[in-house]
Design a protein around this ligand. Structure first.
Ligand SMILES: Nc1ncnc2c1ncn2[C@@H]1O[C@H](COP(=O)(O)OP(=O)(O)O)[C@@H](O)[C@H]1O
Ligand SMILES: [Mg+2]
Length: 291
């Protein structure tokens, strides 16, 4: 390790438990995952972020579905910079962070997720310093992950404070969702999960899907799985995707928009009444990861 890298690293490590003078809390980090692709993670992540932001929380959405540039497309944008550029000291955070509707911030997906674990010490330190600063500026950081869990994405998921597991009611999506949950659970039994059922034909169908997943998880993993909420199958979602505008903005009173609004409300009620207030795990765990 060269001297400069060593110095930077020391700075990062030393700043471990030192919030800025305002004592602002670190953002709560949420990983949005699924087993199968195409179940609605990106649409959920974006519209959930918009709902949180609308309620006065500051949200930073990371497109971690590397190579797919989901969030960009849903917003009808193309970005020059992405998460990979957070490692480059000559590119400012302002250039990398994009502003979306409702004032949300987002960072576009980059090339290979594997790359970020292969950068040198100096780049990693710069990345962690950047993220540390960001984590004080936001209330929530959402990571819209790619389908399934890879060795690389697992590490990032495990750094988060909680995991949102998205599935549809199709047996294939459910089985894959269970596999993803099990894989994460096998590496960290303490990480809380919230289940989101998407594209449900009706409320009963959604409930049945949730109950089935909950009972398998309880039986085989002895893990509780809370069902955060469900979104109906709604043609206005794909219409909005075609129009490259988030469905909650384009069609605020469609069924899916109403459902995600309700879900966001339930989430916040639960969060604000929860005894486990913001912990400092996200940055602490990320530092461990890049050690
Ligand atoms: N609630 C829904 N109702 C109807 N169609 C949906 C819904 N959610 C997602 N879709 C459809 O599924 C497609 C894939 O969604 P997306 O969010 O990109 O999935 P993922 O990020 O999991 O790959 C969308 O383009 C849309 O057409
Ligand atoms: Mg996606």
């Amino acid at each position: 390790m060269n001297d400069q890298a060593k110095m930077l690293r020391e700075q990062v490590i030393q700043s471990k438990y030192k919030p800025p003078s305002t004592f602002k809390k670190e953002a709560r980090a949420i990983a949005v995952v699924s087993g199968k692709g195409g179940v609605g993670k990106s649409n959920f992540s974006l519209n959930f972020s918009l709902n949180l932001q609308k309620r006065g929380y500051k949200v930073l959405l990371f497109d971690m579905d590397i190579g797919m540039a989901n969030i960009d497309i849903l917003l009808g944008n193309t970005q020059r910079y992405n998460i990979i550029h957070l490692f480059e000291s000559d590119i400012s955070m302002e250039q990398i962070i994009q502003r979306g509707p409702e004032g949300i911030s987002y960072i576009a997906g980059g090339s290979g997720l594997r790359d970020i674990f292969q950068f040198d010490e100096q780049k990693r330190s710069h990345f962690l310093t950047q993220l540390q600063a960001l984590s004080y500026q936001y209330d929530y950081i959402l990571l819209d992950m790619g389908a399934g869990i890879t060795t690389e994405s697992l590490q990032l998921v495990l750094s988060c404070n909680e995991v949102f597991l998205v599935t549809t009611c199709e047996p294939t999506a459910m089985t894959d969702a269970y596999s993803a949950l099990k894989f994460i659970h096998n590496h960290d039994q303490s990480i809380p999960f919230q289940l989101i059922i998407n594209r449900a034909i009706n409320a009963k169908h959604a409930k049945n899907t949730a109950v089935r997943l909950q009972s398998v998880t309880q039986q085989f993993l002895k893990k509780g799985l809370s069902h955060l909420g469900s979104l109906p199958d709604d043609k206005y979602v794909s219409k909005a995707v075609m129009e490259q505008t988030p469905f909650t903005i384009k069609y605020p009173s469609c069924q899916a928009s109403r459902a995600i609004k309700e879900l966001t409300g339930s989430y916040l009620i639960e969060r604000n009444s929860s005894v486990t207030k913001n912990t400092y795990t996200f940055m602490t765990k990320l530092r461990e990861l890049f050690r």
